[in-house]
Design a protein around this ligand. Structure first.
Ligand code: 5AD
Length: 374
């Protein structure tokens, strides 16, 4: 079966006819059901530190901002991880700015403790860290790593990510390295980042496929007023600028499901932020199969303002859990149990099997999806 061509992806990203898009979303939903089933996995997001050494032009955690920062203690992280178990989640995601105050050995001990005490899968999302650290954390129990490449366009990447000293950032190489270390790898982009064209977003989606990503997070760009790209005069791509609309996110999620049929795709909090009413549901109906409820302790949440107005940060974890489960069930879907890694559809490919044989990727024999252009 043919893959989606570059022109087809581009066509769909530019499509604005609601009736045509409904067919795209329905096809993505069908491919989602065939390849990853009706379970929606809950990943508890613990934002462990808001310190960051980077100056990314879109992010509210950029180092240049003067604001109160926090780093969670070992016990705070363990308490949050235990609450993930109590709430029935199978995974915790430990996320932070790029914070070298999170020391490798210190985190390794926290990971080992979570693994000894709980059945949780652990995902890390800590930015660009050194190979030795990534290897240690993998050996200490981390199962997955999220690192969005943000854009596949080198010029746009360079324009919005100031270098740290002389080091060149190469997130695609780092993702490949993470995979070689035995991590499941996740990446993603924002839709509507100023300067992003439809061509660029098409190539982003093609790169998701080329990397054979296990997880892909896609959310809208949300302007943060205290960042360069949040300024009213931020340069855009003009007529071909990708909008940061809900529809654009849904198109990108749906196309990603078609090119990465087995991947875990979250319906993101950023999507819920631009449509608080039913953005989360729309994500799940356009190819997504994961929610990432926030488990960060209340006092820290306001200090982790990647973008303003984040949905649900005033809800405590129990309320959030109830609300998300109701949303999942109203759609006729089920709440996932267990770690919910890429291979859980086949019982023999448990996370343990995955660990002992990290690069064994059972290939599904079902045909790859085809979307006939309307
Ligand atoms: N709007 C939306 N998403 C953002 N991110 C960072 N800043 C913003 C913003 N202003 C996303 C990036 C990052 C992820 C953790 O959050 O894609 O990888």
């Amino acid at each position: 079966m043919p893959r989606l061509t570059h022109e087809e992806i581009l066509h769909w990203l530019r499509e604005e006819d609601p009736a045509a898009l409904t067919t795209l979303f329905a096809r993505a939903d069908e491919v989602r059901r065939t390849h990853v089933g009706d379970e929606v996995h809950l990943r508890g997001l613990i934002e462990i530190s808001s310190y960051c050494v980077r100056q990314c032009h879109y992010c509210g955690l950029r180092m240049a901002r003067t604001m109160p920062r926090y780093r969670m203690t070992r016990d705070e992280i363990l308490t949050a991880a235990r609450s993930a178990v109590e709430l029935g989640f199978g995974t915790v995601v430990l996320q932070s700015g790029e914070d070298f105050g999170i020391e490798a050995e210190w985190l390794a001990e926290v990971l080992r403790t979570i693994k000894n005490e709980t059945p949780l899968a652990i995902t890390l999302s800590l930015g660009e860290r050194h190979s030795d650290e990534l290897r240690l954390w993998r050996a200490s129990g981390a199962d997955r790593y999220l690192l969005r490449f943000e854009t596949s366009d080198p010029a746009l990447y360079a324009a919005i990510h100031p270098r740290r000293g002389v080091a060149v950032s190469d997130r695609v190489s780092l993702l490949r390295e993470l995979r070689a270390l035995g991590y499941e790898i996740g990446s993603g982009v924002m839709t509507g980042i100023p300067g992003q064209t439809h061509e660029m977003l098409t190539r982003d989606i093609e790169l998701f496929e080329a990397l054979d990503l296990d997880m892909v997070g896609i959310g809208p760009f949300l302007a943060h007023p205290d960042t360069p790209l949040g300024a009213p005069n931020a340069p855009t791509a003009g007529a071909d600028q990708v909008p940061s609309s809900e529809w654009m996110v849904l198109k990108a999620v749906a196309l990603t499901r078609l090119v990465c049929p087995e991947a875990n795709l979250p319906s993101t909090t950023a999507l819920a932020t631009i449509n608080t009413l039913d953005g989360r549901e729309h994500g799940l109906e356009s190819g997504a199969n994961v929610f990432m409820p926030i488990l960060t302790p209340a006092p820290y949440r306001q200090m982790y303002q990647i973008y303003p107005g984040k949905a649900c940060i005033d809800e405590d974890a129990t309320q959030c859990n109830t609300c998300l489960r109701e949303r999942i069930e109203r759609l006729g879907r089920t709440v996932g149990t267990g770690p919910g890694g890429r291979f859980t559809r086949t019982a023999s490919h448990s996370l343990l099997a995955l660990r002992s044989q990290p690069r064994f990727i059972p290939r599904n024999n079902s045909p790859s999806p085809l979307v006939v252009l309307s």
